[in-house]
Design a binder for this molecule. Sequence first.
Ligand code: KG4
Ligand code: ZN
Length: 358
Amino acid sequence: MLVLGIETSCDETAAALVTDKREIRANVVLSQIDEHAPYGGIVPEIAARSHIDHLDGLIARAMDDAGATFADLDGVAVTAGPGLIGAVMVGLMTGKAVAAVHDLPLSAVNHLEGHALSARLSDEELQFPYLLLLVSGGHCQLLVVEGVGRYKRLGTTIDDAAGEAFDKAAKLLDLGYPGGPAIERAAKNGDGTRFSLPRPLKGRAGCDFSFSGLKTALLHKVQALEVGLDDSLRADFAASFQQAVADVVVDRCQNAILSFRAAHPEGRFLVAGGGVVANSMLRARLKELATANDLSLALPPLALCTDNAAMIAWAGIERLNLGLADDLNAVPRARWPLDQNAAPPPGVGRAGKLGPKA
Ligand code: KG4
Ligand code: ZN
């Protein structure tokens, strides 16, 4: 089975061709960072227009890379949410058009399911159920993945997502966007013990996250400096911040492992997905955690951690294999939680206004 994957939920335009034998025959990603940089953040309207400008060309390139034509396809998988609504619409309409013209089954994929299943694309040994840490720019959750489409949320962030915290910290330190890779680069030369920063919720029961206090503490420390920021201070701040995030994530994961074990004594895997999993310190800390708990760790390679269309194609393959095709009425969704039954996180009002983006 050869499936075309399309991803346009945020600021990356992406197309990929993947087979049900886990062969990634093409995987192209075009970042819009330079287009948004002058505005200091992602501008939804620019994102949508840029996807329109580039998506057709990117699909043609993916076809070319794979040496395939539309006639070779067995299905189309496209992100239908959650994300910037205009951006999602561009990809979804394109995916529907390809499916309609070439009479192919369509899979309208939840972007988070793409992240959740991405480790199964790179690791054929990975079996359900597994414990999943999903940490990206818009999301920070711990979930039990019982199967395709079967997710139980154990915890989520009550304020910022982990990637969002990295991005805000990097902005504060004048390190540029996206913040995660910038903080990681700067931290390489830094002393992670130089600045003492809080570890929000560490040692507390449950699996929820909080990062806004950490970001504010960093802001106060930077403001309290009697000298301007230089590269050495930036490196020490970046290393101290990264260390604090990793400590919090590992602490929350440890609680989640206990809950996972209680519900699924047969579960053997700790899995992570999302852009923040590209962080090498976090990868190393998760490895230690898995070993200490006698779990196998499954981490996607870096190219499958940050947003890409191969993970969307793969999620589509998993769904199509189960007969879960969608019709051409599939709607774009700005919000789309993986666990539809999860209660709002503590501190979130009935309208969910303070909640995470899905
Ligand atoms: O999964 P992703 O590409 O997009 C979303 O679905 O949100 O995640 C992007 C996030 C950004 O916040 C970025 O700063 C973060 O992932 N990120 C990292 C690293 N690479 C990307 N965070 C920490 N360390 C990294 N190396
Ligand atoms: Zn993502």
